[in-house]
Each structure stands twice: as structure tokens, then as C-alpha cells.
Design a protein around this ligand. Structure first.
Ligand code: TMP
Length: 207
């Protein structure tokens, strides 16, 4: 989808693939080309969305039901798209978003087993045909990615999931890329950081 000349790029991948560092690098590459870039994330991206993010990542005494999780994600997403992403694109700014709808199909659909049709209908209602121009998937084997997060941080509600959950998510992302190579770009994130950055720089040159 084109929004003036500015592009909407999303970055996806399981936890531990190095999204934050590489997104920052991607933004720098675009800025060096003289483009104006907005970096944002989901869940989050607005003050309300960031509060929703805290709720989504937290653990409560009761279990967070997948349906509750899904509706919270979309409540935040609608505000984010309408109040941040679309206005930025309309001003000619490129938008790089750390996760977007693919994460919902991957985590709530493939990971939690929710019906994809429910996600389709929420998308239809909230986004219509609005989708990213390009989606970069940072890919690494689950054991490598999880070893990175387990070393580095206190784990949130998602990060505490089992390896099998992340395996389903990884496979789902790879399947999206295989089915739609026009939109998805897979980067081998198991390589050392310098090589990953190199792959990203090459991608940025082409888009
Ligand atoms: P982050 O760690 O990449 O910032 O994302 C926070 C968590 O939110 C991550 O574990 C994946 C999860 N998530 C979903 O489950 N569904 C979604 O639609 C999005 C955007 C994120």
C-alpha cells in the first residue's frame, strides 16, 4: 500500500532476535538517505497504547484470557494507526513499527490457537485494507533467540512461554514470507550483529 511516497515498514520476529538494536540501525540508514523517520512500536506507540502494553505484559492473579489479550491489542492498535501512523505517513514521514498485525496472527493465532477468522474480522473493522508496505522478519532458531533473552532480562508474561510456543510463531512468520515474498523480507538474525546490520543495509537500499 502506498501512502504518498512514505513507506510503512514493520519488523517482526520472536523474542531475542535483536529487534530493538536492528530497528534503530534501520532508522539510521533511512535518515542517512535524507528521509524523515518515525520509530514506533506495538503494543504501544501512543500514551494510551503504552499503558495497554504494561497491562498486556503484566501478570495478574487471574489468567489473562486470549480474547482479552486480543481485544486489548486492537484497542491500542486502532489509536496507534489513526493517531500516529496514518498522520505521519500523510506528512511524508516513513514509519518503522516494531511489530504490527503479523504479530497478532503469529502470537494470538498460531501461538495461542485463536481462530484466524476472528483476527481477520477485527482487522477488517479497525484497519480495512491498511497494511505495511514491507515487513522485515528477523529470524533465528528458537534456542538461540531464547538463550539471548534468558541471559539479559527479567522475563515478561510472553517471554515466559515455552519454546514450543515460539517455534509455532517462528514457523508462522516463515510461512508468511514464503507465501508473499513481495512484502516480507527475511533476515538471518542468528549471525553476529555486524552481519545482520549488513543484511539490513542491503534491504534498505532496495526499498
Ligand atoms: P516486544 O517484546 O517485541 O516489544 O513485544 C511485546 C510482546 O507482545 C511480545 O511478546 C509479543 C506480544 N504481541 C502479541 O502477542 N501480539 C501482538 O499483536 C503484538 C503487537 C505483540
Amino acid at each position: 500500500m502506498s501512502h504518498s511516497n512514505a513507506k510503512f515498514i514493520t519488523v517482526e520476529g520472536i523474542e531475542g532476535v535483536g529487534k530493538s538494536t536492528n530497528i534503530q540501525w534501520m532508522a539510521e540508514q533511512l535518515e542517512q538517505k535524507g528521509l524523515s523517520v518515525v520509530l514506533t512500536r506495538e503494543p504501544g506507540g501512543t500514551p494510551l497504547g503504552e499503558r495497554v502494553r504494561d497491562i498486556l505484559l503484566a501478570e495478574f492473579t487471574e489468567k489473562t484470557l486470549p480474547q482479552t489479550e486480543l481485544l486489548l491489542l486492537y484497542a491500542a492498535r486502532f489509536a496507534h494507526v489513526e493517531q500516529v501512523i496514518k498522520p505521519a505517513l500523510a506528512q511524508g514521514k516513513w514509519v518503522i513499527c516494531d511489530r504490527f498485525v503479523d504479530a497478532t496472527y503469529a502470537y494470538q493465532g498460531a501461538g495461542r490457537g485463536m481462530d484466524f477468522k476472528v483476527i481477520d474480522s477485527l482487522n477488517e473493522w479497525t484497519l480495512g485494507s491498511f497494511r505495511p508496505d514491507h515487513t522485515v522478519i528477523l529470524d533465528a532458531p528458537v534456542e538461540i533467540a531464547l538463550a539471548r533473552i534468558q541471559r539479559n532480562r527479567v522475563l515478561d508474561r510472553f517471554e515466559k512461554e515455552k519454546a514450543s510456543f515460539f517455534e509455532k510463531i517462528r514457523q508462522f512468520y516463515l510461512q508468511c514470507a514464503a507465501q508473499n515474498p513481495e512484502r516480507y523480507i527475511v533476515i538471518d538474525a542468528s549471525k553476529e550483529l555486524g552481519q545482520v546490520k549488513q543484511q539490513i543495509a542491503e534491504v534498505i537500499c532496495k526499498i
